[in-house]
Structures are given as structure tokens and as C-alpha cells.
Design a protein around this ligand. Structure first.
Ligand code: MN
Ligand code: MN
Length: 510
């Protein structure tokens, strides 16, 4: 995707004007007036400082994945830096100790504390709780980074560094929005809470338990939860995310014996485990991507007309999407069908076979035991345990028709439900207005085809409205080499959060 040059507010207003003349998608943002005018000016003037803070945060190798004591110390240091920062804002900060993590091999590493912070307790104001994470995926220069992943490097308005977009940049943008109100001695329009963790990339170890424990205490006064940990659908048009798919991950084992066989000695007289497994995997989905498991589509939400219209409104250049993904042709030909099959219909993917002879060469082995791996992305209103039952039943039926003497075992190892928010919740309205003010356009209303379990966890446990308000562009490269956030996204994103606070307060007073 082409990335726009970094724009200041005036330039983005001009761009919006040009687009207004060109088409009718964008409308001219109202020039910010009142408190916003000063806030936007302040953020523009201080953007180099904001980039410098991001540089300091990116410099901490807060990798939560590799179980190395040195990295764990870095992670703890990162949490302390963030806690200090929040304390400087005047927040009351609590670092909740979560004990330690026992690793296979007897090693044990401390789990970084979760930061719970609170700023403002005015009963007349709404309370918005922000979730973010400060740990990152591993990154090494040798992996193909053009620059040192832990020293933030700016090239053409792009700030390259591990964690720049996932998730340190967005967390800092939120903090900058708060500190701007304070620097200008303007009262915060909302009460704020923060929950920041350091184990997100490692599966949010112990977080769910903590949220449960704090439900009646820390989260008691919270009205809204905001997460900014995903990306826009495009390079320049902002998005609001209101749903994610879940995931049910299965292992199917077919076993004759633990040892392999020689195909010259046994080939021709065996029920071969691999042949059974390939037939099982081949029975799951047809060549049009349709899942063949009976009943699997029964509880998929029907498609109302007004939902259809939301896909039409989303900007997506299909040709460009194909070529940037290096795919000749997708299963579907229209933008609407593509989006619906990524977001609101289930999909089944086959991931691999364990025990298969997967090195180059022509070894004549018959694997004695193989394990196939596949998963189903779940959508509203599919139910994890119902899906588990349907999958097991179907595979048993297919297997029994083969009259094989092997043993088959199916197990579901991950079961994450989908998440869907109500886009009419006040915070979605406030975010839309803030996006219009800052970017001069309505957001793409999007879902995420992947699973981001934290949203559903918050929704289930706390029963509060959850919103994902991303800042990063589609090509930010979370988890990959040369991860970046555009300076423009980072700075306009700080403005976006500030405008969002004001809109929330306006809604409350209406
Ligand atoms: Mn993340
Ligand atoms: Mn991540």
C-alpha cells in the first residue's frame, strides 16, 4: 500500500478538501475550535518530544516470548518506566505482582506486574479504561531488519522499531493526549483508568484471573474500555473495530504405532496413518472454501441489509490487495464478499502435519503416527463447544467409513469465542466524531479476521462496552521485520485520543 507523507493538521484538512472536490467520501473537517485548537497546536509543536519518548520505550527489549532472564529484566524495567510515566501524570498507580512463571526444565521467571492506574474520580464524568501492552515479539537485526529493531529510526516519516505500532506507540499516544490536557492546564474531560500488561505476546499470562479479581474493585466505576492494538484497513483512512473472529484449533492424531515403517517391507499391507489423515483433512473443506462439517453454519448470524451496506462503504482496492498479497486470485471476486468471508463467516485452515517426513530427499518411510493440525475461525453466534462436538462427530464418521485399523484421536487445544460490539454504544459515537474532527472523514467500520481474545474477555467478565480504536496503518508490519508506525499516525493518533475524551464528555452532558 502506498503511504502518504506525514501531514500536519492543515495539510490533512487540505487533503480532505481535495478529496471532497474529487468524490463525496470525505467531508471537510470543521476547523478545531475551543479547547481542541490549543490541544492540536500543542501536539504538533511537541511531536519531536513524543517521538523521543517512543524512542526510549522502543530501546527497551521487552520481549516476553523468549524465556531468557536478561529479557525478563528488560520487561520489568519497561513496566517500571511506564508506571513512572503514569505517576508523573498524577495517576495513582498500582503494580500488581503476578508471581512467577514455571517453565519446562524447572526454570522459573518473574511475570511482569500488571499496571493498574487511575486518574480522576469525578462522579459527573464518564470513566474510560484504556488497555495496552508493553511487551513485544522477538526481533533481531539478522532476521532481515534494515535497522536495529531496538533503536527507533525515522525514514520518510516512518518510525521503524520493534513495538513501534504493537503496542508502545498507541499506548504513548494515549498518554500524550492526557499530558497535553495537563500541560495546557485544562481539566481532563473524563476519568481515566489504565490497565497495562507485559505478557500479551505470550498469551496474557494470569491476566484473565486478575480482571476477574478486580471486577468489583478497580473496574467497578469503569463505563467504557478502549483498546488500541490493531491496525486500519488502509494506509490513510482511519478505522474503528467492532468485532473479531474467534478460533477453535484442532489436533487429529492417527496412529498405528510409535515407530515408522519401511515402505518396501510394509507398503501394500498396511492401513497407512498418513493416508487416513490426508483423507480426514481433505474432507473438511471444499475447493470453494466451504466447510463440509454438517451443522457448522447453523448458528452463523444471518446477514441483515444494513450490515451489507457497511461493507460497500469500506474502501478496499481489490486489485491492489491481490498484488500486495502476491495472490493471483482470491476465492471471491467482490470487495463485499471478501470482507464478509474474512469477518462474518467462518473459515477452516489446514496448518500442517506433525510426524510427516518433511526434509528434502526421497526417504521411503511410512510414518507410524501423524498429527494433523487445522483450525476454524469462529464468528457470531457460533459456540465453541458446539463446534467442538460437530468437528469430532464428523471426523469420527469419515474415519469409520475408511474401516482403518489405526486409532484416531481428535482434540481441541484452543477455543476462543468471537467478539462483537454494539456500534451504537456511546463510545463508538464519540470515536466517530473525534475521527471526523481529526481526519475529516468517517472511519471504516471494520472487524478483524484474527482473534484478539482480550476484547471478549473484558466484555464477558466485566459486561462493559469494549471498543478497538486503532492508530496504525495497514502496512505497519506488527510481529514482522521492519515494524513501524508512521509519525503522522502517531501524532494524529494523539490528537484523536484527546478529541475522543472531549466527545465522551459532550455525550455525557447531553
Ligand atoms: Mn498487540
Ligand atoms: Mn502483537
Amino acid at each position: 500500500m502506498p503511504i502518504p507523507p506525514p501531514l500536519n493538521f492543515q495539510a490533512s484538512a487540505l487533503l480532505a478538501l481535495l478529496l471532497l472536490l474529487d468524490g463525496n467520501m470525505f467531508s471537510l473537517p470543521e476547523p478545531p475550535s475551543g479547547p481542541l485548537e490549543k490541544i492540536f497546536q500543542y501536539i504538533d509543536l511537541h511531536q519531536d518530544e513524543f517521538v523521543q519518548t517512543l524512542r526510549e520505550w522502543v530501546a527497551v527489549e521487552s520481549d516476553s516470548i523468549q524465556p531468557v532472564p536478561r529479557l525478563r529484566q528488560e520487561l520489568l524495567r519497561m513496566m517500571t518506566m511506564a508506571a513512572d510515566r503514569l505517576q508523573h501524570l498524577g495517576a495513582s498507580v498500582q503494580c500488581v505482582d503476578l508471581g512467577s512463571q514455571e517453565l519446562p526444565g524447572g526454570q522459573s521467571l518473574p511475570i511482569p506486574p500488571v499496571i493498574l492506574a487511575e486518574l480522576g474520580t469525578d462522579p459527573k464524568k464518564p470513566t474510560v479504561c484504556f488497555y495496552g501492552h508493553l511487551d513485544v515479539q522477538p526481533a533481531k537485526r539478522e532476521d532481515g531488519w534494515h535497522t536495529d529493531p531496538y533503536s527507533l529510526t525515522e525514514v520518510d516519516g516512518k518510525l521503524y522499531g520493534r513495538g513501534a505500532t504493537d503496542n508502545k506507540g498507541p499506548v504513548l499516544a494515549y498518554i500524550h493526549a492526557v499530558s497535553t490536557f495537563q500541560a495546557l492546564e485544562q481539566g481532563l474531560p473524563v476519568n481515566l483508568k489504565f490497565i497495562l500488561e507485559g505478557m500479551e505476546e505470550a498469551g496474557s499470562v494470569a491476566l484473565e484471573e486478575l480482571i476477574r479479581r478486580e471486577k468489583e474493585r478497580f473496574f467497578a466505576g469503569v463505563n467504557y474500555i478502549v483498546i488500541s492494538d490493531n491496525l486500519w484497513l488502509s494506509g490513510r483512512k482511519p478505522a474503528l473495530t467492532y468485532g473479531t473472529r474467534g478460533n477453535a484449533y484442532f489436533l487429529v492424531e492417527v496412529k498405528c504405532r510409535d515407530q515408522d515403517f519401511h515402505s518396501g517391507t510394509f507398503g501394500g499391507i498396511l492401513h497407512e496413518p498418513m493416508a487416513d489423515l490426508v483423507a480426514l483433512l481433505g474432507s473438511l473443506v471444499n475447493s470453494s472454501g466451504h466447510i463440509l462439517i454438517p451443522g457448522i453454519y447453523d448458528s452463523v448470524a444471518p446477514l441483515p441489509e444494513d450490515e451489507k451496506a457497511t461493507y460497500e462503504a469500506i474502501e478496499l482496492d481489490l486489485e491492489e490487495y491481490c498484488s500486495s498479497s502476491q495472490v493471483e486470485r482470491f476465492l471471491f471476486d467482490t470487495k463485499e464478499e471478501i470482507l464478509m468471508h474474512l469477518w462474518r463467516y467462518p473459515s477452516l485452515s489446514i496448518h500442517g502435519i506433525e510426524g510427516a517426513f518433511d526434509e528434502p530427499g526421497a526417504k521411503t518411510v511410512i510414518p507410524g503416527r501423524v498429527v494433523g493440525k487445522f483450525s476454524i475461525r469462529l464468528v457470531p453466534h457460533m459456540n465453541v463447544s458446539m463446534v467442538e462436538k460437530q468437528v469430532k462427530q464428523y471426523l469420527e464418521d469419515v474415519f469409520s467409513k475408511r474401516k482403518s485399523s489405526n486409532r484416531m484421536t481428535v482434540s481441541m487445544v484452543v477455543g476462543l469465542p468471537p467478539w462483537l460490539a454494539n456500534v451504537n454504544d456511546p463510545q463508538y459515537l464519540a470515536a466517530k466524531r473525534a475521527i471526523r474532527t481529526v481526519f475529516g472523514t468517517d472511519p471504516d467500520m471494520i472487524r478483524d479476521g484474527s482473534s484478539i481474545p482480550i476484547a471478549r474477555t473484558f466484555q464477558d467478565i466485566l459486561q462493559k462496552s469494549v471498543m478497538m480504536l486503532p492508530l496504525g496503518a495497514v502496512d505497519d508490519g506488527e510481529h514482522s521485520q521492519n515494524e513501524k508506525i508512521n509519525r503522522w499516525n502517531y501524532i494524529e493518533g494523539s490528537k484523536l485520543f484527546a478529541a475522543f475524551f472531549l466527545e465522551m464528555a459532550k455525550l455525557q452532558s447531553q
